[in-house]
Ligand binder design. Structure first.
Ligand code: ASP
Length: 341
C-alpha cells in the first residue's frame, strides 16, 4: 500500500516537473511602453485628456503586440509601436516634441537589439519624421553607433526615410510652453543653474519608449524624445545614449528610460539595471527599483523606466507621481496606467 502511494507521488511530482520545464521553455512574448514620466497629477488632468492618452497608448501597444503575436521581431515591434507615439502630438517625440530655446526642434532617439548587442542612435535632428527609424538605420547601415545633427540628417537622406520640414514637428502647445518657460527664466534674469531643480523638473514630459520580447526570445529597446523645453547649446539627454536611456541584452533585459536626462546619464540607468541582473542575479523589478529609487533618486534626479526580461517579466518603475505606460502580455492582457498608484 505504502509502496503504491509512493510511486503515485513520484509520478505526480515527475509530471509537475515536466509541466514546469515545458512552461519555462515554451516561447512567450510581451511588450511594454512608456510615454514619459513626470509630475503627472490626477488633479491637473481632465477626463478627456486622460482618455486621449489612454487611447494612443493602447493603439501603440497593440501595433507592437500584433507584430509579436504573428511571429514578428522585437525590433519591428519596437519601431512600429514608437512610430504611433512619434506621430501623435501628445508626446514629446516626433510631431509635438518640445522646443529648444531657439524655437526649433532637436530630436534624439536610440535603439538596441538584445540578440547581438547591435545599437544605433541619432541626436539633434529636425527633419527626420520618425527618429527611431533613423537610429535603426544607423545600426543597420552605418559602421557607427551614434550620429548627430546635420550629418545624421545627411545619412538619413540616403536611407529612404521620410523627411519633413522642421515646421512639421511644431505645435501650439509647445510654442506656448516655451514662452512660459522663457518668461519664468527672464524673471530670474540669469540662466537656470543645475541647483534650481524644481524649475527644471517641470520642463520635460512625454519622451516615448518601448521594450519587447519576441517569440524567438529576442529582446529589443527603443527610446525617442525632443528632450527638454528651452534646452540650449545642443544639449543632449539620456535618450540617445546607449546604456543610459536604452539598453537590451538577451541575457538580461530590455530597458527604456524617461526622466531627467542628466541624472540618467550619470547613473547609466539602463545598463546598470542589466548589470544588476547579470552580475547579482536580481530580478528585473528589484534591479529597476534599486536604480530608480536608490541611484537616480539618491543623486536628486527623477523619472522612470519600463523593462522586460527574457521570460516576459516586466518592470514599470518610477519615482515621479506618474508615468504614461502600458504592458501587454502574450495572453493579450492589457494594462494601461498613468499615475504611480
Ligand atoms: N530623458 C529625456 C531627456 O532628458 C526627457 C524625458 O524623458 O522626459 O532628454
Amino acid at each position: 500500500m505504502k509502496k503504491i502511494s509512493l510511486l503515485l507521488l513520484l509520478a505526480t511530482l515527475g509530471c509537475k516537473q515536466q509541466i514546469l520545464i515545458e512552461e519555462s521553455l515554451s516561447p512567450t512574448f510581451g511588450i511594454v511602453i512608456h510615454g514619459g514620466a513626470g509630475t503627472i497629477l490626477k488633479e491637473n488632468m481632465t477626463p478627456t485628456k486622460e482618455a486621449a492618452y489612454r487611447k494612443v497608448l493602447t493603439e501603440a501597444i497593440k501595433v507592437g503586440h500584433t507584430i509579436l503575436q504573428n511571429g514578428g521581431s522585437s525590433q519591428e515591434a519596437v519601431e512600429k509601436t514608437i512610430h504611433v507615439m512619434e506621430d501623435s502630438t501628445l508626446f514629446n517625440a516626433g510631431k509635438g516634441a518640445v522646443l529648444n530655446s531657439n524655437e526649433t526642434i532637436e530630436l534624439d532617439a536610440s535603439f538596441m537589439n538584445g540578440s547581438n548587442l547591435d545599437a544605433g542612435a541619432i541626436s539633434g535632428v529636425s527633419t527626420i519624421k520618425n527618429p527611431i527609424s533613423a537610429a535603426i538605420k544607423v545600426m543597420e547601415n552605418s559602421p557607427h553607433v551614434m550620429l548627430s545633427g546635420k550629418g545624421a540628417e545627411d545619412f538619413a537622406a540616403t536611407q529612404n526615410l521620410e523627411l519633413v520640414k522642421p515646421q512639421y514637428f511644431i505645435t501650439d502647445r509647445r510654442v506656448k510652453a516655451l514662452k512660459r518657460v522663457k518668461a519664468q527664466e527672464a524673471l530670474r534674469n540669469k540662466p537656470i543653474s543645475s541647483a534650481e531643480t524644481s524649475f527644471l523638473q517641470h520642463q520635460r514630459y512625454g519622451t516615448v519608449g518601448c521594450v519587447a520580447l519576441d517569440l524567438e526570445g529576442n529582446l529589443a529597446a527603443g527610446t525617442s524624445t525632443g528632450g527638454m523645453t528651452n534646452k540650449k547649446w545642443n544639449r543632449i539627454g539620456d535618450a540617445p545614449i546607449i546604456g543610459a536611456g536604452t539598453y537590451a541584452n538577451n541575457a538580461t533585459c530590455a530597458i527604456s528610460a524617461t526622466g531627467w536626462g542628466e541624472f540618467f546619464i550619470r547613473s547609466v540607468v539602463a545598463h546598470d539595471i542589466s548589470a544588476l541582473m547579470e552580475y547579482k542575479g536580481f530580478s528585473i523589478k528589484e534591479a529597476s527599483r534599486i536604480v530608480i529609487h536608490e541611484k537616480v533618486g539618491g543623486l536628486g534626479g527623477d523619472g522612470g523606466v519600463v523593462g522586460i526580461d527574457a521570460k516576459g517579466n516586466v518592470a514599470m518603475e518610477m519615482n515621479t507621481p506618474g508615468m504614461y505606460r502600458a504592458h501587454m502580455d502574450a495572453e493579450g492582457n492589457l494594462n494601461v496606467k498613468i499615475y504611480k498608484k
